[in-house]
Design a protein around this ligand. Structure first.
Ligand SMILES: C[S@@+](CC[C@H](N)C(=O)[O-])C[C@H]1O[C@@H](n2cnc3c(N)ncnc32)[C@H](O)[C@@H]1O
Length: 391
């Protein structure tokens, strides 16, 4: 089967229900919480050391979750390890190995329908499975599917993990209607849907809406969760209002060349344009007592943090209490020269909580050890002059 065949079509085809059932069985028996989501390598101890070294050398702008995770140090048995490497890491295995992992007949069917592909002298899975504490997700493999899909593939990135961890610490007030904007794989939507009578996930990217709908069906219950394709700025929601609105936002500041290449992460001018625009859209989405959580970022310029100024203004104008909870600083080495020209010293990612209130804006302080670590990292980065390009 050619690499250009889209695996997603197989889930919508005549054997779609069968594939969903097979994949769900794998989850139940082998992949739930095992290994933990933030486990990123085959040889954990070595992997952790390698990640630490890259971070210390400023190759990576973030210390990967893998390094800090509580993931198990060893796989319990070979069969589970193989399944994990095949379905989560998308490594290549022989037809026989696939046969013993998912069954010989299944291997043949997956190959016929483009779920498996011949690569690296073996067979690789065209989709990827990610299992969190609450949901089971099927999404695009890390390897490019086809040249035409670059920039349109639906992945699961560290930002979603940060947002999930933040939300796990929050008290989510159960309500009636919930909206997840830019739902991507549906990960945030499916984590929170259980708190609400009705939930909706939308994405401007048609492929994201399709994948989120598939994940909704795989996780159930499908009746209370609506998924659709729309641009949040054009969508006519009539009188519909939501008790909770979430968006893991696009917030990267691209130059022209890269911007069109990555529409799902492009935050516009300074990386904050989409966020600022959304602050004006929010009042027509939130119910009177509704709240919103946004994951976004601000550049740090010599004169300050422009997004903080915008949040302050929005809070005062709308009577919201807005809290920014700092997550981490970041740089994008590949765009370093462009950002320096724009006078950006670094970016800071943070979560924004918006609730009805008295028009206050506040920033939650970071723990001292985190500030110290960020400072060391910033110093290493500026010494390297952003010459590394691995992000
Ligand atoms: C950073 S990704 C987050 C994806 C997913 N929620 C997650 O956490 O993994 C941002 C998402 O917003 C979507 N998006 C960008 N602009 C949008 C718009 N105007 N309306 C709706 N969705 C949009 C992108 O397609 C992308 O899927």
């Amino acid at each position: 089967m050619a690499a250009s065949t889209d695996w997603l079509k197989a889930f919508h085809g005549p054997r779609g229900a069968q594939f969903s059932a097979q994949v769900k069985r794998l989850h139940a028996e082998h992949l739930r919480n095992y290994p933990r989501l933030w486990f990123a390598g085959r040889t954990p101890a070595a992997e952790r050391l390698r990640e630490c070294a890259r971070y210390a050398g400023s190759e990576y702008v973030l210390l990967k979750e893998a390094v800090r995770s509580s993931s198990p140090l060893f796989f319990r048995n070979r069969a589970d390890e193989r399944l994990y490497r095949a379905l989560v890491l998308n490594e290549s295995f022989s037809a026989d190995e696939w046969g013993s992992a998912i069954g010989l007949r299944e291997t043949q069917e997956w190959l016929e329908e483009g779920l498996l592909d011949r690569e690296d002298g073996g067979l690789v899975c065209r989709f990827r499975i990610v299992v969190t504490d609450r949901v089971f997700l099927v999404l695009d493999a890390k390897r490019p599917l086809a040249a035409s899909s670059v920039g349109r593939a639906v992945h699961f990135e560290q930002d979603a993990l940060h947002m999930l961890r933040y939300l796990a610490r929050e008290t989510i007030v159960p309500g009636v209607d919930y909206l997840d904007v830019g739902t991507g794989s549906g990960v945030i939507l499916l984590h929170l849907a259980g708190f609400f009578r009705r939930s909706a996930g939308m994405d401007v990217l048609p492929r994201a809406a399709e994948i989120a709908a598939l994940n909704r069906d795989l996780n159930g219950p499908a009746e209370t969760v609506r998924v659709f394709q729309a641009d949040v700025f054009d969508w006519d929601n009539g009188t519909e209002r939501f008790d909770l609105v979430t968006w893991n936002m696009p917030f990267v500041f691209f130059d022209e060349e890269y911007g069109s290449f990555s529409p799902s992460t492009n935050g516009g001018r300074l990386g904050i344009e989409v966020t600022v625009r959304f602050l004006s859209r929010l009042p027509s989405l939130m119910s009177e007592r509704g709240r919103a959580y946004l994951m976004t970022a601000t550049p740090v310029l010599p004169e300050g943090r422009p997004l903080f100024e915008e949040l302050k203004k929005a809070a005062a104008r709308r009577g919201w209490d807005v809290e920014a909870d700092f997550l981490h600083p970041f740089w994008i080495p590949r765009l370093g020269e462009f950002h320096r020209k724009e006078r950006v010293r670094r970016f800071e990612a943070f979560m924004v909580r918006i609730v009805p209130g008295a028009g206050r804006f506040s920033v939650r302080k970071k723990p001292v050890f985190k500030m110290a670590l960020d400072g060391v990292h910033a110093a290493i980065h500026s010494r390297n002059g952003g010459k590394n390009d691995h992000r």
